[in-house]
Write a protein that binds this ligand. Sequence first.
Ligand code: NAD
Ligand code: TYD
Length: 359
Amino acid sequence: MILVTGGAGFIGSNFILDWLAQCDEPVLNLDKLTYAGNPDNLASLAGDPRHVFVKGDICDAALVTGLLARYQPRAILNFAAESHVDRSIHGPRDFVTTNVNGTFTLLEAARAHWQGLAGEDKRAFRFLQVSTDEVYGTLGPDEGPFTETTAYAPNSPYAASKAAADHLVRAWHHTYGMPTLSTNCSNNYGPCQFPEKLIPLVITNARQGKSLPVYGDGQQVRDWLYVADHCAAIRRVLEAGRCGDTYNVGGWNEMANLDVVRKLCGLLDELAPKAAGSYLEQILHVQDRPGHDRRYAIDARKIERELGWKPLETFDTGIRKTVAWYLAHDDWVRHVQSGDYLGWMDTNYAHRDTQEEIG
Ligand code: NAD
Ligand code: TYD
């Protein structure tokens, strides 16, 4: 079996569903169920013996060591993280705890486990770290995209904590010979993404008649990748990646935030029209995020050249599927929009002055 951490979150749950749709190798899912972990994402696996769920923390060394001894996974895929940049600005502590100390704890437990293996089991064991393009910092408008050799220059507490974790993974390979793999992916979107991130936030706010908050001038650029394509890339890296290597994963799809928001409004106007007017009228420019990175772009040629991975979805096909999924899953949205999330909306948006309304 494989051990997936953070498998109740957005990408982890998509990964587990895709994995079990393609093969019968069981998945042990270790997730703390923070506000971002949602068992509803895996409801379709209820009663499926191929999915073993353990509620627990990757910082809990005894728990992780016990799970490795009991289940003997052939690979650990570390998705577990605090993942939202704005939250990391308001409260960085959990980011250091989970993203840095948690990865350290996993690496140490994995190292002891791996060193106790022999023969083919030892040779085949893998530790795969799921990371982000944000560790590379920000690009100017005319700079080339991030490659695997771009120097790390993280700017937010989130990015810095992920960068620190990546450095630990690198050192555990270099020093101990641990069979590690790393992926650095651009912004994902798709089903089951918590509605604090731009795309699901805009879809859910639009439907609920709320404003669509665009930070600053909305000209910050991100590269967007449909989540199923990211999951396929991770499967491919696990299968054939070279130990110690990192692989950049991206969609070749750079877009300014305001264009993403306008695109979403256009799709909603088509698929769920309002009684009168357009969702575009709900766009609201608000105060920018402190230290906001201006542009991310990924050069994904290495994973294509060496492992034959390419995204299957274009932004047009992926975003249409995503909007359709949210429109069909009102219950899911209602369920996650409670408790911590409502408190978060007050914390993050209350202090942002409105800059300008546009139609
Ligand atoms: P998410 O916030 O939706 O999910 C994170 C999951 O980790 C949740 O289920 C949460 O309960 C769990 N978790 C948090 N702390 C934990 C702990 N201490 N122990 C065990 N479980 C814990 O995040 P996501 O968007 O699915 O991202 C998954 C991974 O992919 C992260 O490592 C993130 O850095 C990386 N990544 C995300 C993106 C993106 O666009 N979302 C892009 C590139 C890389
Ligand atoms: P986000 O989805 O938080 O991902 P990340 O910060 O990891 O890239 O944000 C994507 C972009 O959208 C980022 O440039 C910030 C911007 N943004 C807004 O303009 N308004 C919002 O309400 C949010 C949440 C993000």
